[in-house]
Design a protein around this ligand. Structure first.
Ligand SMILES: Cc1ncc(COP(=O)(O)O)c(C=O)c1O
Length: 375
C-alpha cells in the first residue's frame, strides 16, 4: 500500500506488533507459581497486593479475579442493590453495566463530554435522584476524571463514587473520595492475563471487600484448612485473583514504567501523524493518562471500519452504547451526544510493541481509507 508518510513499517509489522505485551519472564513466574501448588489466592497474590499499594502510594489494595467482579463488589459495599440507582455513562463496555443490573439496581445512563468521551460533574449532578446510591465514572481510554467539585454534595447525599478505571492503570488518580477498580485483562496497561484490583477508601472497606471476594467467608483459605468450620457473614462471590495470575502481574508491575513510556510515545506518534488531518478528530486522553487506546472520530465510520478491516488493519469500536442494548432497554433514554459519537468512534491498533513507525503507517492507512470511503 502506498502511504502519504515516510513510514517504513508494513502491514505485517503492524499485525505482528498488535498483540498483548509480555516482557518474557512472565512464563517462568507462572510456572513457578504452578509448581508451588497454590492455585487460589496465595503468597503471590499477597505480594502483588502489597506491591500495587506501594506503586500507587496507597495504604491497601484488594486483588480480584477481574474488574467486572471488582465493580460488582465495590458497588455492593456501597449499598447498591434493589431500589437504588447508579449514575453511569452509556459509553463504556457492557462490563461496567452488568454488575449494576446483577445487584438488582438501575443504571441511570448519562451523556459524556463530546471531547473526552468521559462524564462531567454537571451531567452527574443533574442525574441525581433520591434513589441514587453511587456514581460510576469510566476513565475512558485512561483519562482521569475529576469529580472533586461535586464531592461535598455527593457526600451530603450519601452517594458513593466507584471509578471504573479498568482502562486507567498508571493514570493519575485523585486520592480520597473514590473506590477505584482496575482491570488487568489481556490488553490492559498492566496484564495479569486476567485479573483486577480495587483501591479501597478505608481499612473497613478493604476488610469487607476481602470477605466478599471469598464468598462472604471471614477466614482466609490458609486458615480454613486448619479448622473444622468457617463463618459466612454476608454476600460474596468467588472473586480471588489466582496466584498464577498474580505472578504474571508482579512481573508486569516491576516493569510498568517501561510500558507506560511505550504507550505514551505511541499515542504521541499517532497524535503527531494525525495532527491537522481533515475529517479526523483525535479523542485526547490528556497529559495525566497512561493511554489505553487511540480513538478517533471519523465521518462514515462504518465504511472506514470495513475498508481498514478488509486491508487487515485491526481497528475496532469501543463501544456500541449501552442504553441502546436490548438487555438494558428498561433504562434507556435519549442521549444525543453519546448516540452521535457512537456512529463516529474508531479505535486504532494500540499495543506497546507497536513502534512509532507502525503508528505513522496506520495513520496514513486511515487517511487513505477515509478518502476511499468518501468516493
Ligand atoms: C471500561 C471497562 N470496564 C470494565 C471492564 C472489565 O474488565 P475485566 O475484563 O477485568 O472484567 C473492561 C474490560 O475491558 C473495560 O474496558
Amino acid at each position: 500500500m502506498s502511504t502519504s508518510t515516510t513510514s517504513t513499517s508494513t502491514p505485517e509489522a503492524v499485525r505482528r506488533n498488535a498483540r498483548p505485551y509480555l516482557h518474557g519472564p512472565e512464563m517462568a513466574a507462572m510456572a513457578a507459581a504452578m509448581e508451588a501448588g497454590q492455585y487460589g489466592h496465595g503468597p503471590q497474590a499477597d505480594l502483588f497486593e502489597q506491591e500495587l499499594a506501594d506503586y500507587l502510594g496507597v495504604p491497601d489494595v484488594v486483588a480480584v479475579s477481574c474488574a467486572t467482579v471488582g465493580i460488582h463488589l465495590a458497588l455492593q459495599v456501597c449499598g447498591v442493590g434493589p431500589g437504588t440507582e447508579v449514575i453511569v455513562p452509556s459509553q463504556t463496555f457492557a462490563a461496567t453495566i452488568q454488575p449494576i443490573v446483577a445487584l438488582g439496581a438501575a443504571p441511570r445512563f448519562i451523556d459524556h463530554s463530546p471531547d473526552t468521551l468521559c462524564v462531567e460533574p454537571k451531567a452527574v449532578r443533574e442525574a441525581i435522584t433520591p434513589a441514587t446510591r453511587a456514581v460510576l465514572p469510566v476513565l475512558y481510554g485512561g483519562r482521569p476524571i475529576d469529580l472533586t467539585g461535586i464531592v461535598p454534595e455527593l457526600r451530603r447525599r450519601n452517594i458513593h463514587i466507584v471509578e471504573d478505571a479498568a482502562q486507567a492503570f498508571g493514570s493519575r488518580r485523585t486520592e480520597g473520595p473514590a473506590t477505584t477498580v482496575y482491570s488487568f485483562g489481556p490488553i490492559k496497561q498492566l496484564t495479569a492475563l486476567v485479573g483486577g484490583a480495587i483501591v479501597p477508601r478505608t481499612g473497613e472497606e478493604a476488610e469487607s471487600l476481602r470477605q466478599m471476594r471469598s464468598l462472604g467467608i471471614t477466614s482466609s483459605q490458609a486458615d480454613r484448612i486448619r479448622t473444622t468450620t468457617y463463618s459466612v457473614r454476608g454476600p460474596g462471590l468467588r472473586g480471588v485473583l489466582p496466584d498464577v495470575n498474580a505472578a504474571v502481574g508482579r512481573i508486569q508491575l516491576a516493569r510498568f514504567d517501561e510500558v507506560a513510556a511505550l504507550r505514551t510515545s505511541l499515542w504521541k506518534a499517532y497524535a503527531h501523524a494525525l495532527d491537522g488531518a481533515s475529517g479526523v478528530a483525535l479523542v485526547d486522553v490528556g497529559a495525566d493518562a497512561v493511554p489505553f487506546n487511540c480513538v478517533v472520530r471519523v465521518p462514515g465510520r462504518d465504511r472506514v471500519h470495513r475498508i481498514m478491516r478488509d486491508r487487515g488493519i485491526g481497528v475496532g469500536v469501543h463501544y456500541p452504547p449501552n442504553h441502546l442494548q436490548p438487555a438494558f432497554a428498561r433504562w434507556t433514554r435519549s442521549l444525543p451526544i453519546t448516540e452521535r459519537a457512537a456512529g463516529e468512534i474508531l479505535s486504532l491498533p494500540f499495543h506497546p510493541a507497536m513502534t512509532p513507525d507502525d503508528a505513522r503507517w496506520t495513520a496514513a492507512a486511515l487517511l487513505e481509507a477515509l478518502a476511499d470511503a468518501s468516493r
